[in-house]
Structures are given as C-alpha cells and as structure tokens.
Write a protein that binds this ligand. Structure first.
Ligand SMILES: Nc1ncnc2c1ncn2[C@@H]1O[C@H](COP(=O)(O)OP(=O)(O)OP(=O)(O)O)[C@@H](O)[C@H]1O
Ligand SMILES: [Mg+2]
Length: 447
C-alpha cells in the first residue's frame, strides 16, 4: 500500500498547477462520464417500458386480425404487421432453451398479458443469440404462428453525441485551467516577492488586491517584511553606533599612548589599539553594506579596474599579479566590486603571501573573477562557515594575522548587491580560489 502511494507520488507531475488541473479534470471527466452513462441507462429503460406497453396492444391486435383473416390472405398481411423488434411467420419456428435473458423476460411478460386468456402459447429462446426468443401461438384454425422477437435495449445513440461530449469535456478543461491559474497566481506572486527581497532586506511590497484570501496573505507578507526590515535596521543601527562611538575613545587613548615613554609595553598598547580601531571600522563597514546603501551601477572596464588595483598593491610592495582578459565594458557598481576584490586579495596576502587575480568573460553579461593563492587553503567543512561574521579559523586566530572575521561576510554581502555569487574552493595542488561570478547590473534599477 505504502509502495503504491510512493509510486503514485513519483508519477505525479511536479508543479502544483499540473497536479490541481489533473485532479479537477480527472474528477470532472469521471463525473461527466458517469452522468452520461446514467442518462443513457435511464433513457433505455424508459424506451424499453414504452415498447413493452406497445407490444402488449400490438400483439393482441395482430393475433386477433390474423385469426379472423381467411387462411390464404394471412401471408400477405405479415409484412405489414411486423415491427422493428419482432416479426411474424406462419410456421412452427425453431425449438430452443427456455427464455432467461432479462429483456426477453420483460417482453415475454407483456406477451403473456396480450395472449392470455384465449391463446395457448409456448416460448423459447433461440440458441446462439442471447436476446432473441420466439413465441409460438396456434391460430384459431390450428395454423401455427411464430412471433420472432429480437428485443433491442434502448434507442440508437445520436451521431452527434461523441462530439457533444468532447465539446463538454473541452469546456470543463478550460474552466479547470482558468480556476487553477486563478488559485496559483497569488502563490507565484508571493514567491516572486520573497525572491525579490534583496540582500539589503528592504521590503518589496506585494500588491494587496484580488480575492480576500490573497489580500490577507499579501498583507501578512508585507507586514512580515516590514518587521524583518525594522529588526535588521535596529540591530545594524546599534552595531554602527557602537562601532562609531568606539572610535572617539580609541583616538583619545592613542593620543595618550603616544605621550607615554617608548617601551615594549607602549608598542603592545599601540598594536591593541590598532586592532580595536580595525574592529570598529569593519563594524561600520559591515553595517553600511547590510544597510544596502547601493551605489549606482555604471559601465566600467573591469579589466582596467583590476589592473589598477594589482598595480596599487605592487606599489605598496605586495605580491599581486593580474592576468588581463581583454577590455570590454561591463555594467556594475565599481566601488562595491573594488571592496570585494580588496577583501579577497587582503586574505590571500595575509594567509598565503602572494595572490594571482584572473578574470574571464562568461558571455556578454557575466564575468568571473578568481583570486588565487598557494596558501594552506581552508578545510572543506569550513568553506561556507568562514562567510559567517566573526568566524575565523583556529589557525588564523593563533597566528598573528590580525583581522576580525568580517572580511568574507562583507564580501559576500557586497557580491549579492552586485547580482553575483562568491564561493571558495580549495585548489588542486594546494591553496585557495575565491570565485566571484558577476552578472551585469541593470543601470536603470537604481538610476
Ligand atoms: N586565502 C585564504 N587562505 C586561507 N584561509 C583563509 C583565506 N581567506 C580566508 N581564510 C580564513 O577565513 C577566515 C575568515 O576570513 P575573513 O576575511 O572573513 O576574516 P579575517 O581575514 O580573519 O578578518 P578581516 O575581517 O580582517 O578580513 C579567516 O580568518 C581565515 O581563517
Ligand atoms: Mg579577511
């Protein structure tokens, strides 16, 4: 039973639209089929009843007429007396088994009412034909008369019936399709609205119109979005405020430390304060990114941008190489792109010492930027975790690399605002590849 249910489930179409249409259509088609069968059955029954009443009168009249006709005129009357379901013959007919077929039995009862009392008769079925029987009535002068019945159940069906049924079914299918579409559309709109909820979690209002249930769902969805946005806003504001307000006391402390006598202790304090300042700056940066202060998109040449960045790094003594992939305009947010690549290159330099940047075009509307190093890489299990804010590998904590663990979280958040995706991969032969896949941002969205 369970296996049958599982099998049925695996056969069911994937979309709700197809499933609902199938269920409604199958149900309505079955109901239509049953009602058609019932109507035909009723109609046949009614026509059979009418025929039985008719046979009783007709047979009584025919036998009385033949009884009174002179012997040699009877044969000429037989064709005029015959009907669609029975005919007469002036002979003894055929012998056969007793009548058992249901329609024949109903007709036979009518024959009995027509011929008794007054006429002795016998009846038998005709072998080989289920619904055929003969009634043998000797006429008044002893001449044998046989009535050969071939009861037809019901009237022949109209030729138009299959067409009418097909048209009806098509109408039902159309109604099903319209109804299911109406029911599914709000779901689609809801999915689109949820999808459109950008990385900045700004609410995207769903239209509050349509049937009352849809309006209620849209209202609830909009309210939920508002609440999420409000919570996120509040937390980001707190983060930004703390990070910002920390900067003033840090600056004051720095000034005081600068006034201290030079000593190893003073140097340690300066390092710690530098670390605190970095933390505060990164906190503000993260809050700003999450808050979705989107810069407008414009067409730039990413090749120039990356080349200039690599040059800047080399000028400051860092080992950063860039392999050019040819110039071509690409619409994006250059400030955000620069910050993502900066974060990735900084990581590469910090954890591996040297970095290689490669850019490839993946069609007219997409580019892939790879930031490659030959460091220790990241354990496979942690490749996603390192994107969480403040998550740092144990090895990095122990080493004196500094850092707050926000770089990758910010980079991924920025990549989302660039319509892109950021992922990390360990390279064959050792080292890490940070892969940034970008699609061109439509300038009009933020214009
Ligand atoms: N290229 C890399 N090679 C090895 N490990 C890396 C690399 N890039 C990142 N990681 C690991 O991922 C962790 C998270 O990186 P992330 O950039 O978010 O933070 P961070 O570099 O420690 O601090 P910061 O906020 O200053 O960037 C790092 O602490 C490090 O353990
Ligand atoms: Mg980093």
């Amino acid at each position: 039973m369970k296996r049958l249910a599982a099998r049925l489930r695996s056969l069911a179409p994937a979309s709700l639209f197809a499933r609902l249409t199938l269920i409604l259509l199958a149900g309505l088609a079955a109901a239509q089929f049953l009602s058609t069968m019932l109507t035909i059955d009723e109609r046949n029954d009614a026509s059979m009843g009418a025929m039985i009443d008719y046979v009783e009168v007709d047979l009584r009249t025919a036998v009385a007429l033949l009884d009174r006709l002179p012997h040699d005129e009877r044969a000429a009357w037989l064709p005029r007396l015959q009907r669609g379901g029975y005919r007469y013959a002036l002979d003894a007919g055929q012998a056969g088994p007793p009548v058992t077929a249901p329609h024949s039995l109903r007709l036979l009862a009518s024959v009995r009412r027509a011929l008794t009392p007054g006429h002795a008769f016998t009846a038998n079925a005709v072998a080989g034909d289920a619904e055929r029987f003969q009634v043998h009535v000797p006429l008044a002068d002893g001449q044998p008369l046989t009535v050969d019945f071939r009861p037809r159940r019901g009237l022949p069906l109209s030729e138009r019936l299959p067409w009418m049924l097909a048209a009806q079914l098509a109408l039902v299918a159309l109604a099903c399709w319209l109804a299911v579409r109406l029911a599914i559309r709000p779901l689609r709109t809801l999915a689109q609205a949820a999808d459109a909820l950008g990385p900045d979690l700004r609410p995207v209002r769903m239209p509050e119109q349509g049937p009352s249930e849809v309006v209620a769902a849209a209202r609830a969805f909009n309210a939920m979005q508002q609440r999420i946005a409000a919570y996120v806003d509040e937390r980001l504001r707190i983060l930004a405020a703390i990070s910002h307000d920390l900067q003033t006391p840090i600056t004051r402390m720095r000034l005081r430390v600068d006034l201290m006598d030079e000593s190893p202790q003073q140097q340690r304090l300066i390092d710690d304060l530098q670390h605190l300042e970095d933390l505060a700056r990164q906190g503000i940066g993260y809050a700003r990114t999450m808050h979705g202060q989107l810069e407008p998109a414009r067409a730039i040449d990413p090749n120039d941008l990356l080349d200039a960045m690599a040059l800047d790094y080399r000028d400051s003594g860092a080992d950063v190489a860039y392999a050019s992939a040819g110039s071509a305009p690409f619409c994006t947010r250059p400030g955000a792109l620069r910050r993502v690549v900066n974060n990735l290159v900084d990581n590469g330099l910090k954890y591996a010492g040297e970095v290689h940047i490669v850019m490839e075009r993946a069609g007219p509307d997409a580019i892939t930027i790879r930031v490659l190093d030959r460091g220790s890489g990241i354990p496979e299990a942690a490749l996603e975790q390192v994107f969480e804010p403040f998550y740092r590998l144990e090895s990095s904590r122990n080493r004196d690399t500094g850092g707050t663990g926000l770089g990758l979280a910010i980079a991924r958040q920025l990549a989302l605002t660039l319509d892109g995706g950021l992922s990390l991969h360990n390279r064959p032969g050792g080292g890490l590849e940070a892969r940034l896949v970008l699609r061109a941002v439509q300038p009009k969205v933020n214009a």
